[in-house]
Design a protein around this ligand. Sequence first.
Ligand code: SF4
Length: 428
Amino acid sequence: MGSKKLKAVAVRGNQRIGLVDRSEMKETLKWITSTYQDSMKWAVDYGTSGSVQYNHDSGGMAVKNYLKGVLEDVSALSGDEFHQALVVERDTCSGCPVRCKIVVESDEPKIDKPYGGPEYESIGALGSLCEVNDPHAVANANQLCAAYGLDTISTGVTVAFAIECAEHGLLDGRLGDGLALSWGDAEAIVELVRRIARRDGIGDVLADGVKLAAQRIGGGAEAFAMHAGGQELPMHDARYEPALGLAYAVDPTPGRHNTANGGFIDVEALHDVFETEDVSLSGRYAYHQKGVEFALLNRYMQVVNCAGLCMFSLMMGQPPVRGWINTATGWALSLEELLRIGHRVQVLRHAFNLREGLPPGGASLPDRVKGYPPLEKGPLRGVSLDMEAMKQDYFRAMGYDEDGMPTRELLDSLGLTGVADDLQGLRG
Ligand code: SF4
């Protein structure tokens, strides 16, 4: 596709894609409607903004470019206050009763409904990460991102990076473009988002994200660039969820919170998976076991992603994901078979990167994100992650060697002999 400059292939047909067992699938829908109200109450009530206060108070929310653990008056960004200030409607993906999306509107600043509203990630990236606790400013910046097609996480992380660069005198003079940036200055931050969107002045320096911006600015700016493999980091602090930090580093699409959200390790939905492999959960900071747990979660998550399921479905108690797949397809997959499929998917994704020249050991995380030095205040004070122990544990559990290369035995056992042949030349 790349060599032909194709961006996508659209396929259309006029035959219905049927379900093998429609009546059984109706039972599934009954299960969802009887479960979601209680298990997803925070999202039903407030959308993902309903998780702001909890995430912040537990230490899971990124604050001040990952420099702090606490945002003053964070309640102004909480689901309740956000709703009172701005939310006029709720929206949803097709057919989903949770309706976790918010729609905001305001006259001053002018914010229109077609742009929806900020999700948790956007509230974090454009709010707490820049020490902004003004919901109108967050919604305004979110609207700009939506209007210009910018990712709100990448944009917020880039703005926070720019503020820290300015604080250290790296954006003085011509580079600063006459824009005085400081933490919590909502007006300047919204203006910077506008300039990034238009590649205007300093916006042009920043518009390709923090990794490239740090190279352009120089002077040690890389220390303020919170990314993994060039992907700006999400608003879930790895010091609170170490397995998510592991995902940020080793997933083939690094720095993302939803490909294999390591924070999901302790949801009820995974109890069966852990029982099948005789693995008991080892606790938040038990690094020696974290990779095994994450490898299992990861294999399961690949199946969930391939089935097109929303990740939030795993928060509804114990959704019968395997039953749903079997009911829709008429297959009779066991949990072991599902996990093997997930394993193949993850290994294939990794092998693709290897073939394209990316390092087997994954991406490295910024020191401060790993807790070096540790925070001095807040719920995560004193936490430093042992990334190497988690990585080695994960590599072993996946069947990779200590450098992160899938072994020939693993690839053959997964029926990926052709991939093994392709990777043969890369082995030292
Ligand atoms: S499918 Fe998921 S993301 Fe979409 S509205 Fe439902 S819970 Fe929200």
